[in-house]
Design a protein around this ligand. Structure first.
Ligand code: PHE
Length: 348
């Protein structure tokens, strides 16, 4: 009887050691120690033994059963540890790896430039106005003295919006002049900055570019005021008080007289060559840069918005911002503005 118990014990311990899943251990537990298990059979057969043997063998049987129950629990625990180990191996995490920083972008140089311009103009009492990128022909052309058959429309290769009658991507910021004057009485002193669009695309022209429009209307506004404002603004932009401006006669239908504004080249300071004598490449040795269109607001434009052109006069100008940013920050290709490469943008 004793040897039967020992045999059952060693047999169970051997298979238990090999049991490699929870279910197999459970099956063994039922097979050997369950209510109808092999151990119960032994217990049952105790009754046939002498009293003396009943005590010793019974004791052994009980001890062995407890021993085996402990072994089963141990096996369960071992399997669980192995499972956890496997998970830890598969799903391990290096908590010392630095976290991922959220990618924060950077203000685009053109936006920064616009902010700076706002400050420069605000100090001279100019408010900021705005208008839509998609304009009506009425504001972009008609009200600015550019009727449908006017050749000046060809000067600005317009993007017309399909299926939306009389609608264009604004070719200039000048329509903001009209929008503002229609809803405000003089005195007017505003700038408007933003995107403009023309069917133009080469190394120095992009179909989308940025303009700054300036407008001042009041009693007794003269070209001297225009000259003073333009000169001051350009000196501020290039941070160079030696910058001079000159006006050359030109034509824009919404101003009279109209002019191109040039400023002395901020690289060679008007000399045409840089300090070591090499020719200035920016101004192509002429010492001047063409920087803006400008003029005195055409009386007809003032009348179009209901202003008394006998009482009020005004000036307007339009600056191309992209080229100015390129000059100021010595950027050699327009492409850099559109690539949005953070390595470039973060430099400013
Ligand atoms: N709107 C003109 C252009 O885009 C520039 C301009 C503005 C000229 C204001 C005169 C007065 O070419």
């Amino acid at each position: 009887m004793k040897s039967k118990i020992e045999k059952l014990k060693s047999e169970m311990l051997t298979v238990l050691k090999k049991a490699d899943s929870h279910d197999t251990v459970r099956d063994l537990e039922i097979k050997y120690l369950g209510r109808k298990g092999l151990f119960v059979d032994i217990m049952k057969s105790l009754k046939d033994l002498s009293d003396e043997d009943k005590r010793t063998v019974g004791k052994l049987a009980n001890e062995t059963k407890t021993e085996l129950e402990v072994a089963v629990q141990k096996r369960y625990a071992e399997l669980e540890m192995a499972e956890l180990g496997e998970i830890a191996e598969k799903e391990w995490l290096d908590v010392t790896v630095p976290g991922k920083k959220p990618l924060i972008g950077h203000r685009h140089l053109i936006s920064k430039f616009m902010d700076d311009l706002e400050v420069i103009f605000a100090k001279m009492g100019f408010a900021v106005a705005g208008g839509p990128d998609i304009e009506t022909e009425h504001y972009c052309f008609n009200q600015l003295n550019i009727p449908p058959d006017h050749p000046a429309r060809d000067m600005q290769d317009t993007f017309w919006i399909k299926n939306l009658k009389d609608t264009v991507l604004r070719t200039q910021t000048s329509p903001v002049q009209i929008r503002y004057m229609e809803s405000h009485e003089p005195p007017v002193r505003i700038i408007a900055m933003g995107r403009t669009f023309r069917k133009d695309s080469d190394a120095t022209h992009s179909p989308m570019f940025h303009q700054l429009e300036g407008l001042m209307v009041d009693e007794n506004v003269s070209m001297a005021n225009l000259k003073a404002v333009m000169t001051h603004v350009l000196q501020q932009i290039f941070e160079d008080p030696s910058i001079k401006t000159r006006f050359r006669i030109s034509y824009f239908p919404f101003v009279e007289p109209g002019m191109e504004v040039d400023c002395t080249c901020p690289i060679c300071h008007g000399d045409g060559k840089i300090s070591d004598g090499t020719p200035c490449r920016l101004c192509k040795q002429c010492g001047w840069l063409e920087i803006a269109g400008a003029g005195m607001v055409h009386p007809q434009v003032l009348e179009n918005v209901g202003y008394d052109s006998k009482k009020y006069t005004g000036f307007a100008f339009g600056l191309g911002l992209d080229r100015m940013v390129m000059i100021k920050y010595r950027i050699n290709h327009l492409r850099l503005f559109f690539e949005n490469d953070l390595r470039f943008i973060r430099q400013f």
